[in-house]
Ligand binder design. Structure first.
Ligand code: ACO
Length: 338
C-alpha cells in the first residue's frame, strides 16, 4: 500500500490588536518608511496581555479541526512548533494539549525556529508513511511581542516580528495516482549548527555565565532578547530557500514550469523578492502575507496556506512548494499536491 500524508484541514489565528509601523516610530526610534523599504511590512498583530502562545495555538487548532471535519479525539499525535514557548518546560505542546483536553495523545515540541513548520511536517509525514499514526495535528504558534527588545536598541529585529498561529491537520491516505491525488510528495530538512549564533537568543542560558543561567547583568545587557546578524541571514536565507525550492522539484522529477504556487517562510519581503528574482518566478506564484502580518517565524507558512485556501487562491490538485530557512541554521522543503 502506498500510504501518504494529505492535508485535510487548515486554520489560523491572528490576535485582534493591529500594530502599524507608525505605532512603533517613537517607541523604537524608527520610521514607517524605513520599515516598509527594508522589510515590506506595514503592520502586524500583537497578542493581548492575557493571551499566551498556547492560547493562539488553541484558536488555530480549533479552526483547523473544524475545516478538517475531524473531532479533537481523532488526533493521534500533536506537534507544536514555536520559538516563543509558554515556559522553558514542559513544552508548549503539553500546555496546548491540556487546553484541548486530549489526554494520552503524544504531544511534542519542535524547536527549529522559522524552519519549524517544515521540520514538523517532515516528522509527521514519516509517522504517517510508516503507518504509526493516522491523523496528526501540526500547530505553529508565535508570540513575539512580549519577547522583543521594544527600545531603540532592539529596533533592527523588533520591527520585523508579529504574533500569530497556523495549523494543519494531516491524514493518512492511500495514493494510487501520484500525479492527481492530494498528498505530500516529499519533505527534506537540513541544519548547520556552526551558524547558530548568527540569529539566536542567548539568555537565559547555561552556556553564558557558568554557574547561573540568569543574572541581573544578563538582563541589563539585553541577552534575553533575540540577536541577529541581518546581512548574514539575508544571504543564507536567499541561497538556501532558492536551493530548497529547486530541490523540492528536481527530487520529484518536476521542473519550475510545473510549480503552481510557492509558500516561503516570510522573513521579510526583500528576501522573498530576491528568491523570486533568482529563480525567475512570476510574482503571482509567490503567496505573501508578510506585508500585513509581519514575520511570524514558524507560523508564516501555515498561516499563508490557510489564507490562500480561504481566499480561493490555493485549489485542490495544485502543485505547491513550501520552503523555509531559520535560526540554527535550519532549512528545507515540502512539495505538496494539494
Ligand atoms: N529603523 C531605522 N533604522 C534602523 C532600524 C530601524 N528599525 N534598524 C536598523 N537601523 C539602522 C541601523 O542603526 C544602521 O544605522 P547606521 O548605518 O547609522 O549604523 C542602519 O539602519 C543599517 O543597519 P543594519 O542592521 O546594517 O540594517 P540592514 O541594512 O542590514 O537592514 C534588515 C536590516 C532589514 C534586518 C536586513 O539586515 C535584512 O533584511 N536582513 C534579513 C534578515 C531578516 O529579515 N531577518 C528576519 C528574521 S530571521 C528569519 O526569519 C529567518
Amino acid at each position: 500500500m502506498n500510504i501518504r500524508s494529505k492535508i485535510i484541514g487548515t486554520g489560523s489565528y491572528l490576535p485582534s490588536r493591529t500594530v502599524f509601523n507608525k505605532d512603533l516610530e517613537d517607541l523604537l526610534n524608527t520610521t514607517d518608511e524605513w520599515i516598509q523599504q527594508r522589510t515590506g511590512i506595514t503592520k502586524r498583530h500583537w497578542a493581548s496581555k492575557d493571551e499566551t502562545t498556547s492560547d493562539l495555538a488553541l484558536r488555530a487548532s480549533e479552526r483547523a479541526l473544524e475545516s478538517s471535519s475531524l473531532k479533537k479525539e481523532d488526533i493521534d499525535l500533536l506537534l507544536v512548533a514555536t520559538v516563543t514557548p509558554d515556559h522553558e518546560f514542559p513544552g508548549t505542546a503539553c500546555f496546548l494539549q491540556g487546553k484541548m483536553g486530549i489526554p494520552g495523545v503524544p504531544a511534542i515540541d519542535v524547536r527549529q525556529q522559522c524552519g519549524g513548520f517544515i521540520f514538523a511536517l517532515s516528522i509527521a509525514d514519516q509517522y504517517i508513511r510508516t503507518g504509526t499514526y493516522k491523523n496528526i495535528l501540526i500547530v505553529c504558534s508565535e508570540l513575539h511581542s512580549r519577547c522583543l527588545d521594544l527600545t531603540p536598541r532592539g529596533r533592527n529585529l523588533s520591527v520585523i516580528f508579529g504574533d500569530g498561529a497556523g495549523a494543519v491537520v494531516l491524514q493518512a491516505t492511500e495514493v494510487k495516482d501520484r500525479e492527481s491525488e492530494s498528498h505530500i510528495l516529499s519533505t527534506k530538512i537540513h541544519s548547520d549548527g556552526a551558524q547558530a549564533k548568527e540569529l539566536w537568543c542567548p539568555g537565559p542560558g547555561l552556556a553564558l555565565f557558568g554557574e547561573e543561567r540568569m543574572t541581573k547583568e544578563m538582563i541589563n545587557d539585553g541577552l534575553q532578547y533575540p540577536q541577529m546578524n541581518g546581512r548574514a541571514i539575508f544571504s543564507h536565507a536567499v541561497r538556501t530557500m532558492s536551493e530548497s525550492l529547486i530541490e523540492s522539484l528536481t527530487s520529484n522529477g518536476k521542473e519550475l514550469k510545473d510549480l503552481e504556487l510557492a509558500f516561503f517562510h516570510q522573513a521579510n519581503r526583500r528576501i522573498s523578492e530576491a528568491i523570486g528574482k533568482n529563480l525567475e518566478l512570476d510574482d503571482s506564484l509567490i503567496h505573501s502575507t508578510v506585508e500585513i502580518y509581519g514575520n511570524t517565524t514558524s507560523a508564516t507558512i501555515p498561516i499563508g496556506l490557510d489564507d490562500a485556501i480561504r481566499n480561493g487562491k490555493l485549489k485542490q490538485g495544485m502543485l505547491i512548494s513550501n520552503v523555509a530557512f531559520g535560526s540554527g541554521f535550519t532549512w528545507g522543503h515540502s512539495l505538496i499536491r494539494y
